[in-house]
Design a protein around this ligand. Structure first.
Ligand SMILES: [Zn+2]
Length: 285
């Protein structure tokens, strides 16, 4: 590798040049020598991209300067005119580096991708919720990201949440859920990622019933799907499910006057809330 000139003779030449010419042309001539020195390095040859070549030039310049300034023969003093020569070269080096923030070529030929200047943030994953369920034991619930309706055609409802006239003998006068009417046999899906904590063919008034626990924004939320068709359950207790995963089909088992999905939703306190309104605010697709 050909190094830029240094030592007493180079310094003398530099001083002589600076006496005759302004410093800018001198930088250009120094740069040309440094560039040809880079081009003479066979290890990089044709594989070095143009900007990497510039980075190499910067390194070569720095190397050359370090060698020059560390050579005792230069002996630059505070009043030496050579200072006015080297100072612009230092500026030129800094300018070159500022133009090369994207990729830096290193000795092994490896490319180091820089960190983005903006829009980079580290966010810790939210902690899971652990719930205790008698039939399952300890249940770990990862945070659900997506919320979906439990049936196709969710706009077809027959009975909303809250007080009502009991539709049948033995039916509650306070409706604990929402009744969806997508049609007998329609698929019923989980409203979000979660874990099945109940899956029974004999859920009493709820008939064939599946319950899924979810971690919604750090809160424990349970969805309960009732009156499914006998034999239509596709999940078992303890199974993890994803948003939109089928649990069973619309039926009329248990205390029911016709095929529909009775959806109940409740938090950790077990108190039922209006699942239809809750979903309407959160469903994104
Ligand atoms: Zn109902």
């Amino acid at each position: 590798m050909t190094l830029p000139p240094h030592g007493r003779r180079a310094a003398a030449r530099v001083r002589a040049s600076s006496a005759r010419r302004p410093s800018v042309p001198l930088i250009a001539s120094f740069s040309a020598r440094a560039s040809s020195a880079v081009a003479a390095v066979p290890a990089f040859g044709h594989r070095v991209p143009a900007r990497a070549g510039l980075a190499l030039f910067a390194l070569a310049t720095a190397f050359g300067m370090a060698l020059t300034t560390s050579t005792p023969a230069v002996a630059v003093s505070a009043t030496d005119t050579a200072l006015s020569v080297y100072a612009p070269i230092q500026t030129s080096y800094e300018d070159t580096v500022q133009l090369q923030p994207q990729v830096m070529e290193v000795a092994g030929g490896a490319l180091i991708a820089p960190m983005p200047a903006a829009g980079y943030a580290v966010e810790a994953a939210p902690p899971p919720i652990t719930s205790q369920v008698a039939s399952v034991g300890s249940v770990t619930l990862l945070r659900a990201e997506r919320i979906v309706w439990p049936v196709l055609s969710p706009e077809r409802t027959s009975d909303g949440f809250g007080p009502r006239n009991a539709p049948c003998a033995g039916c509650s006068t306070n409706h604990d859920g929402t009744d969806f009417n997508p049609g007998a046999g329609s698929p019923i899906v989980s409203i979000a990622d979660g874990v099945v904590v109940l899956a029974t063919e004999s859920g009493g008034g709820l008939g064939v019933n599946v319950e899924v626990q979810h971690n919604i924004g750090g809160e424990l939320v349970t969805s309960s799907y009732a009156h499914m068709q006998s034999g239509s359950m596709t999940v078992g207790v303890g199974q993890s499910v994803t948003a939109g995963q089928q649990l069973g089909r619309v039926g009329s088992t248990g205390q029911s006057t016709g095929p529909h999905l009775h959806l109940e939703m409740f938090g950790a306190d077990g108190v039922r809330f209006d699942g239809h309104a809750w979903l309407a605010m959160r469903v994104t697709g």
